[in-house]
Design a protein around this ligand. Structure first.
Ligand SMILES: C[S@@+](CC[C@H](N)C(=O)[O-])C[C@H]1O[C@@H](n2cnc3c(N)ncnc32)[C@H](O)[C@@H]1O
Length: 370
């Protein structure tokens, strides 16, 4: 992706990065690193990737899955010691429960044990299958929104719509195609088309038109996406989320360390495929990845590289993946893994009730605790 290329050609290259990601994911699935029966439907020509790439796909998917699972599962039990409050909780955030408090209620806690409604937004979803994989395991949020360029969502919509493996999981007889076949709408899953560089003016209104609720705790996922967007545009997304959502968790997976020898080689290799990473120079380190959020008022942020994530595998899991194929590129792995990171941040706005805000923060912090 060279600067003198027209924008359309540059965008085509970026859309193509999804093909690479999904072929690599299928390679990791076929070898037994990952368990995902949906990925194969998005790959026409499967190809076995080298062990280094398989391990990378495994760590990447596993770590974003872990955040997603913890977010879906995280909840706040009512405090045993009754906190008498007459404030109105954000009832839209609370699943129907007989104990849902009202202004007149002496509530034990603004959030009942029954649970709290949550949303997930996958920015630049490509062919990602996380919604299907989790729902198949009985884990789902109130709404799961996916966004990508129309050409990418059109391809995804066709695969989903014509395949019972997907429509059964969606489980909505009113599942509909829209916007010339580039979008899908159902009760809890929406595939939306658009350009993330126009987030505030075009993506947000579209999300809202399909039931997106800024008062609900929401997980925003960017798996190898913001890095392809100019920092001004990706900052606009982080700013909008931080300013407009009552409670949100943002998880980013992307490359770092462009300046050392390996980083420079990584950029040269990508450039040879016409791919540039404008975001890497704005957020080149773990520290700057955290500051991308904390400098914009987010309450907590963290970032770890892929080596750290790899080290945190249990002995048993390490033994399991080591048995899948010969892996002797340990030094190359460590270098590669030093150049990819997961960063996360959360924020919750002041609420009518301080107790409710504390609970939201607790919920978000539970989602990121290891
Ligand atoms: C490397 S792929 C990652 C796909 C998916 N997140 C995953 O990890 O499997 C990057 C995706 O981001 C999408 N993307 C990049 N820039 C975008 C933009 N400005 N608007 C919408 N989608 C974008 C691309 O079309 C592509 O599907």
């Amino acid at each position: 992706m060279m600067h003198d290329e027209p924008q359309v050609a540059r965008d085509d290259v970026i859309k193509g990065t999804d093909d690479d990601a999904i072929i690599s994911k299928l390679s990791a699935v076929n070898l037994g690193y990952l368990d995902d029966s949906f990925v194969k439907h998005f790959v026409k020509r499967p190809s076995r990737r080298p062990p280094l790439i398989n391990r990378g796909s495994y760590i990447r998917t596993r770590s974003l899955d872990a955040f997603t699972e913890q977010f879906i599962k995280s909840n706040i039990p009512p405090e045993p010691t009754a906190a008498t409050t007459t404030t109105t909780p954000h009832t839209s955030a609370i699943i129907q429960s007989s104990s849902t408090p009202t202004t007149k209620t002496t509530a034990i806690s603004p959030i009942p044990a029954a649970g709290i409604k949550k949303q997930i937004v996958s920015l630049g979803c490509g062919s990602d299958t996380r919604y299907f994989k989790f729902k198949a395991k009985g884990l789902s949020a109130l709404k799961y929104f996916e966004i990508d360029f129309p050409e990418s969502t059109a391809k995804k919509a066709v695969v989903i719509k014509k395949n019972k493996a997907f429509t059964d999981i969606i489980g909505d007889p009113d599942l509909k195609l829209g916007m010339g076949g580039t979008e899908l709408y159902s009760n809890d899953y929406c595939l939306l088309s658009g350009d993330l560089r126009e987030f505030t003016e075009s993506i947000v209104p579209k999300l809202k038109a399909h039931g997106f609720d800024t008062s609900l705790p929401t997980l925003f996922l960017s798996e190898c996406v913001l890095i392809y967007i100019q920092p001004g545009d990706s900052d606009a997304i982080v700013n909008w989320v931080g300013t407009n959502m009552d409670a949100s968790l943002f998880v980013v997976y992307e490359q770092i360390n462009p300046a050392d020898a390996f980083g420079a080689m990584m950029l040269r290799n990508l450039k040879a495929r016409r791919i540039e990473l404008p975001g890497i120079h704005a957020y080149p380190s773990l520290k700057s990845q955290e500051e991308r959020f904390t400098s914009r008022g987010w309450q907590a942020a963290g970032a770890v590289n892929m080596n750290k994530l790899h080290e945190s595998l249990s002995e048993q899991e390490l033994k399991r993946i080591s048995s899948l194929e010969i892996f002797d590129e340990v030094e190359e792995w460590q270098l590669l893994a030093d150049h990819y990171c997961v960063a996360w941040a959360y924020q919750a706005k002041p609420q009518q009730s301080e107790t409710y805000r504390a609970q939201l923060i607790q919920l978000l912090s539970n989602s990121v605790s290891s």
